[in-house]
Design a protein around this ligand. Structure first.
Ligand SMILES: CC(C)(COP(=O)(O)OP(=O)(O)OC[C@H]1O[C@@H](n2cnc3c(N)ncnc32)[C@H](O)[C@@H]1OP(=O)(O)O)[C@@H](O)C(=O)NCCC(=O)NCCS
Length: 143
């Protein structure tokens, strides 16, 4: 695991992992805007071996709510099911803990049953629905 700082490297990693998504992230109409936002305020964690395996993007900077927010997590399809997602979550938790965060939150589409199963297996609880298409999930972090 490593933290990426360069916007170019982040974009490249997202491109490499884009097969994980039905709708590739780099094709989103607001992708460049999002990338700029992530670059400014979020941390980018890269999972790698000989090559890029996956990534997680997390905001861990709300020191009032002490809630960190995972905005993206993806593992390349050919590497899924090998605990890389779990290791990314552990790296996110470590970073959030170091920043004094007390919980981790994320939003997931309700039709993404695979991701929901993964989050539940890894200690997240369903929190509340957000409209028809997505919901929040949350995990308390140990002090
Ligand atoms: C969700 C995702 C990140 C999971 O990554 P992964 O590397 O395949 O998952 P892991 O191999 O690390 O799984 C970790 C654990 O969760 C379990 N798990 C994984 N998917 C699961 C599922 N659908 N249901 C139940 N458990 C699941 C694994 O069995 C493993 O359990 P173990 O610790 O007992 O071995 C990956 O599937 C992905 O990139 N999906 C596409 C992108 C996406 O939807 N991102 C989330 C958007 S909100």
């Amino acid at each position: 695991m490593t933290r990426l700082n360069s916007s170019k490297e982040k974009k490249r990693a997202i491109e490499i992992c884009d097969g994980a998504f039905r709708e590739p992230v780099t094709k989103w109409a607001d992708f460049e805007m999002r990338l700029q936002k992530w670059d400014k305020a979020a941390d980018f964690i890269l999972a790698y071996g000989d090559e890029t395996l996956g990534y997680a993007i997390v905001y861990a900077n709300d020191f009032t709510s002490k809630t960190a927010f995972i905005t993206m997590i993806a593992v390349r399809p050919e590497y899924q099911g090998r605990n890389i997602g779990k290791d990314l979550l552990l790296a996110v938790q470590k970073l959030a803990g170091e920043r004094g965060m007390r919980e981790l939150e994320l939003e997931v589409r309700t039709d993404n049953q695979k991701a929901i199963g993964f989050y539940e297996k890894n200690g997240f609880c369903r929190k509340e629905k957000r409209g028809k298409e997505s919901m929040y999930m949350v995990k308390k972090l140990l002090p």
